[in-house]
Design a protein around this ligand. Structure first.
Ligand code: ADP
Ligand code: MG
Length: 849
């Protein structure tokens, strides 16, 4: 039975309440609180029972048929919500807003929050990653983008000019998993984001303004930014409902302040995860993440994705990294203190929003305790930012919160003795009365002479006196025992004195629990007022933590401080690929990357497996490391600050969109050529490989010429078209380099050493033989290669290598002579012996060559 088919007038009042609620939350699965369960009905029940393998039952709701229903126990709801949210659903949690015991008629229910991919706040979100929710506002000539991490309170805005393509790149690059859009948006964008990138999209155009949160956008100058941000806030407020004052003032992102690159570059360079299995291990992030706090790790990731372009700011970081390395004892102290700092950003988020527990405040306390020492160390290190120490918050928490407080807030035992006199009195009453009960047990034993008499407690009857069946005859009327419950082998009694004490104890306990909860909430309110201060402290700690990580990594791997120049010169001496080096250790061969003022393009040739791709990648990774303020894996490094990096490395088909490798390749090239400036870095790895030789080679050459003449960006271009190396003669800013290999006994050894000039031979077939393809196959490939080389040379129009000329003569000569011999003979007239002789001579002839 579906919800839409139901005659609502026949429904029970509770089910009508459900239907009304569902009208407002059509796109959510409603978890409808019924006593100890959250229930789902109708289509939700059918769907969820299938998704989570729950039993589908039914509920009488006034209709002939029962309404489909499934449910989960209220205390276990979090896991179920997480699973559904992970699958891309939105879950609305509807609570009972009144105590059913004290309500006549139907209990009021309301949605207290909606949980979605981008707005979740549970423990399941990854501490080392930001979880953003974004709004894209399509102004038809540009896009306003705003995004926030509700768990940390960070809020950003930016404007994106240009085509749909660009906005999609932006969403993918930032890893947005949930996006709100206005209804004017180009539907193509929605489709691509949904289907190709698995982004949860909500189309929403109404705007209910909430002036409570004006502080977030009031300093923004551009109205378009305010507009997109208001839409984002609107959605967040509607879904989260709680107090969101931990959201910080919006930060405007200006793209020129950061080194730009797109998601492909991020993937190709394996910045945050590896290409092969998308794991963090063996990425640049993995290598550099020696952070001690989750905040530091997130900040590092953010930096790797957004390196800086401001020379002063980058050098400020170098200075501090350098100082940490010199003052390594202070650095050790710092590390020790950072180890005590919890995820302050997320703690303050939970404290403000309200889904906190005592553990959160205890973690805050432990973190605050370290602040005076951290402040002190930072001063000694002359760090240019200082932190507040919030001593008053620390001492408040120290005074109040029990060290072993339970997980829930409704069991008491939250607040320490000595903080609140009313609470202390109640506790004295409660424990005094408990002593009285014990005392009473022993007194009653003596009075009645019943040795195994017990005083006990249960939830239904409260306190009672228990006497085993064999002893009940010893109870005299004058004792005043009143029988309350009969068990198989015992009777339970109460007395007026016992009931009187019970009232006091239970009354006190209930009061204690309520009072502790209230005191706890008051403390939370006080801490909340420090939210923005704590956020400021978090920022400083994140940065310090990241720089301490840089210092540690740089020391242990012998990285050097880069020299940033305004000349267009790259001079990386003995540079390495930091991650490959970790894996290979001493075997890694360091290489110079040299481009002087007049060299913009390095054309890299060399056999497969020689190290061309690694060489190119290591250049870009060195640049990124340098621009986040880290030292670099070189003996010395001079480089300019780059504005953008473009890469086309490797050839992977974009299966989802059904585009061929070649199409993807050309699109990437187009993107680079249209966006690059003379301050950019371009890496093109074997561009043009995906199409026929002449197509590919011509395109590669045209692209090289275009970059050389028009863009003038620093470019590394590897190719297997040796013909292109002759371009060096015509293009004066292009330089040939090659990776050599030595060939011995028909096998090949890679030296991984980059040298000037062009390579003259492709070793593809040798590499194949190293991979143990069958000998006969390798031989055949050699033959085919000979033929091809001959053909190629004939068609060669614009450039030649000496190798090919030599080859051509050899092959021609050999072929002519053998052909002539063959023409002379007639096999039908030969004896077997003559044929054998002929073959023998022929073989000798071939051998000579
Ligand atoms: P190409 O792009 O020329 O085919 P790659 O850059 O993919 O070659 O490198 C092939 C392999 O050679 C890498 O997987 C790596 O193990 C090794 N390699 C590359 N560069 C170096 C180097 N500088 N020192 C040592 N080994 C290297
Ligand atoms: Mg390669």
């Amino acid at each position: 039975m579906r919800r839409s088919e139901v005659d609502r007038s026949k429904l029970s009042p509770m089910m009508q309440q459900y239907m009304d609620m569902k009208d407002n939350y059509e796109d959510c699965i409603i978890f409808f609180r019924l006593g100890d369960f959250y229930e789902m009905f109708f289509d939700d029940a059918i769907l969820v029972s299938r998704l989570l393998e729950l039993t589908l039952t039914g509920k009488q709701a006034g209709l002939e048929e029962r309404v489909p229903m499934c449910g989960i126990p209220h205390h276990a709801y979090a896991g179920y919500v997480n699973s559904l949210v992970d699958m891309g659903y939105k879950v609305a949690i509807a609570e009972q807003m009144e105590d059913p015991k004290q309500t006549k008629g139907m209990v009021k229910r309301d949605v207290i929050q909606v949980v979605t991919k981008g707005t979740r706040l549970d423990e399941a979100i990854d501490a080392k990653n930001n979880n953003y929710i974004a709004n894209i506002y399509d102004f038809e000539y540009c896009y306003g983008v705003s995004f926030a991490d509700i768990s940390t309170g960070e809020v950003y805005v930016e404007l994106i000019d240009g085509e749909a393509d660009k906005i999609i790149r932006e969403v993918v690059k930032n890893g947005f998993r949930e996006v709100i859009v206005n209804d004017k948006i180009n539907r193509e964008i929605v489709d691509i984001l949904r289907t190709k990138h698995n982004v949860l999209i909500t189309i929403l155009s109404d705007l209910n303004e909430d002036s409570n949160y004006e502080y977030i956008y009031k300093d923004l100058e551009d109205e378009r930014l305010v507009f997109t941000l208001k839409h984002l806030l609107n959605y967040i407020i509607e879904t989260k409902k709680g107090d969101l004052h931990h959201l910080q003032k919006a930060v405007t992102i200006k793209s020129f302040e950061f080194l730009e690159f797109d998601i492909n570059t991020k993937k190709n360079l394996e910045l945050t995860e590896t290409l092969r299995n998308r794991e963090r291990q063996y990425s640049l992030l993995w290598l550099l993440d020696k952070n001690r706090t989750a905040m530091g790790s997130r900040f590092l990731k953010h930096n790797i994705e957004n390196p800086l372009t401001n020379k002063k700011e980058i050098e400020r970081r170098y200075d501090f990294v350098e100082r940490l390395s010199t003052e390594f004892i202070l650095r050790d102290d710092l590390i020790h203190e950072l180890d005590n700092v919890y995820d302050l950003e997320r703690l303050i988020g939970r404290i403000t929003y309200g889904n906190l527990n005592a553990k959160d405040l205890l973690q805050l306390k432990t973190s605050l305790k370290s602040l005076p020492n951290i402040k002190d160390i930072l001063e000694k290190l002359h760090f240019d930012k200082s932190i507040d120490t919030l001593d008053e918050v620390y001492s408040l928490l120290e005074k109040t919160i029990c060290e072993d407080a339970p997980f829930t807030l409704h069991e008491g035992h939250l607040i320490k003795a000595g903080y609140n006199s009313e609470l202390d009195e109640l506790k004295a009453i409660s424990s005094g009365s408990k002593d009285f009960i014990l005392q009473m047990e022993s007194e009653e034993k003596t009075r009645t002479g019943i040795k195994n008499l017990k005083v006990g407690f249960n939830k239904v009857f409260g306190y009672y006196i228990e006497v085993s069946k064999g002893q009940t005859h010893l109870i005299k009327e004058e004792y005043g025992y009143e029988r309350k419950q009969t068990l198989a082998n015992a009777e339970r009694y109460i007395t007026p004195v016992l009931k009187e004490k019970e009232n006091i104890i239970l009354g006190a306990e209930e009061k204690i629990i309520n009072l502790e909860f209230k005191l706890f909430m008051d403390i939370r309110e006080i801490v909340k007022r420090y939210a923005s201060k704590i956020q400021r402290i978090s920022k400083v700690i994140s940065e310090v933590d990241m720089l301490q990580a840089f210092s540690i990594v740089s020391d242990s791997n012998k990285y050097v401080r880069p020299v940033l120049t305004t000349d267009k010169v790259i001079k990386m001496i003995d540079s390495r690929h930091p991650v490959v080096e970790q894996v290979m250790k001493d075997k890694y061969v360091a290489n110079d990357i040299m481009m002087d003022k007049t060299t913009n393009v390095l054309l890299i040739t060399g056999p497969n497996m020689a190290g061309k791709s690694t060489y190119m990648r290591q250049c870009a990774i060195n640049v990124i490391m340098a621009q986040i303020g880290c030292f670099v894996p070189c003996k010395s490094c001079t480089m300019p600050i780059f504005d953008k990096i473009f890469t086309r490395i490797g050839a992977s088909d974009d299966l989802v969109s059904g585009e061929s490798t070649f199409m993807v390749e050309m699109k990437e090239a187009e993107y680079a050529l249209s966006e690059a400036t003379e301050n950019s870095l371009i890496l093109f790895d074997e561009l043009g490989r995906g199409t026929a030789t002449y197509d590919g080679m011509s395109l590669a050459q045209a692209i090289l010429e275009y970059i050389h003449d028009k863009i003038k960006a620093k470019t590394m271009f590897s190719t297997h078209y040796h013909e292109l190396t002759s371009l060096e003669n015509d293009l004066k800013h292009l330089k040939n380099v090659h990776v050599s290999a030595i060939e011995e006994n028909n096998s090949i050894t890679f030296l991984h050493k980059i040298k000037n000039g062009a390579v003259d031979k492709s070793y593809g077939i040798h590499v194949a033989s190293l991979a143990h393809l069958p000998d006969s196959l390798i031989k055949r490939a050699d033959e085919i290669l000979n033929i091809y080389e001959k053909k190629n040379v004939k068609k060669q129009v614009f450039t030649q290598t000496s190798l090919f000329e030599k080859d051509e003569n050899e092959v021609e000569e050999k072929k002519n002579k053998i052909e002539e011999e063959f023409k002379k003979i007639n096999p039908l007239e030969m004896t077997p012996m003559e044929a054998l002789n002929f073959l023998y001579n022929l073989k000798k002839e071939v051998k000579k060559h």
